[in-house]
Design a protein. Structure first.
Length: 282
């Protein structure tokens, strides 16, 4: 234990230190204390457990892993799956219902069902997408970097089984009875399978994030035989490049496909809307 009697070295040192501090001019360091670094941390926000559940279910719905009219497990089963209380699950489902992604039905065949996104389209209108177009462009920039490189890697690493899977998705997409909702689901499956075939989990995660952002806009695109035919042809080009193990052609074809999609979305949802506004003014 230190000796703090007046004659001790510890006492003298402490007095000199304190006097030295008192004699220094005052400097306001409040700004430095609030952020003493040259970079910025994100502020911490409290997130409810129900939000984590809602995000996972919403992603599965937007990526068509949970299909339209598919019944979700009962609250009790979801609570067990997520290891949370039924109240927490109920909060998550309520948030999804408010977004128009699910609905609760009563009766003998009641339960919680996924609503068709291509009809409801995540409650997003053309005006909302137009207002957020600057942000959407950033997502497409990101997509132009990630997905072509994922295709580049996939050409070297894709398996025969995955190539067959891609071909099956394409064949289903041109069947006469292929619905709009299933067509959109097959398109997502096609792209996610290629991302998985890259054998890079970071690429796969990135593509999932990208598709979660752009799918609501893609769901507003028209659906007819011409669209299906064009989509089949470009997907076939990508598939042929992958089968040939041609990494460069796989990357370049995917990039053209993505750029075409961005232009088509802009023409359909933004440019047409601006033209309608000009016509109304005239």
């Amino acid at each position: 234990m230190l000796d703090f009697s007046k004659k001790s070295i510890a006492y003298q040192f402490s007095r000199n230190y304190i006097n030295g501090i008192r004699s220094r001019p005052y400097t306001d360091r409040s700004d430095q204390m609030s952020n003493p670094f040259s970079f910025h941390f994100e502020k911490v926000s409290t997130k409810k457990v129900s939000e984590f559940i809602r995000e996972q279910l919403e992603e599965a719905i937007i990526l068509k892993e949970l299909m339209s009219e598919e019944q979700l497990p009962a609250e009790r089963d979801l609570a067990e799956m997520f290891d949370v209380s039924r109240i927490t699950v109920r909060e998550a489902l309520s948030a999804l219902e408010d977004k128009g992604l699910i609905e609760k039905r009563v009766g003998a065949k009641g339960g919680t069902f996924v609503l068709p996104l291509t009809t409801n389209s995540h409650k997003r209108t053309r005006e909302e997408i137009k207002q957020g177009w600057a942000q959407m462009l950033k997502v497409f920039d990101y997509r132009t970097i990630i997905e072509p490189e994922a295709a580049f890697l996939a050409a070297e690493r894709i398996t025969a089984g995955e190539l067959e899977q891609l071909y099956n998705y394409m064949e289903q997409s041109i069947e006469p009875d292929c619905t709009r909702e299933w067509f959109r689901a097959l398109d997502v499956k096609f792209h996610l399978t290629i991302a998985k075939a890259s054998r890079n989990p970071y690429c796969e995660t990135a593509v999932r994030q990208i598709r979660t952002k752009i799918n609501p806009a893609l769901d507003l695109m028209p659906y007819d035989d011409r669209i299906r035919s064009v989509n089949y042809e470009v997907h076939m080009e990508i598939l042929e490049a992958l089968k040939s193990r041609d990494s460069v052609r796989s990357r370049d074809t995917m990039k053209r496909h993505i750029e075409f999609s961005a232009d088509a979305i802009y023409a359909r949802l933004v440019s047409e809307s601006e033209q309608q506004e000009r016509n109304e003014i005239q």
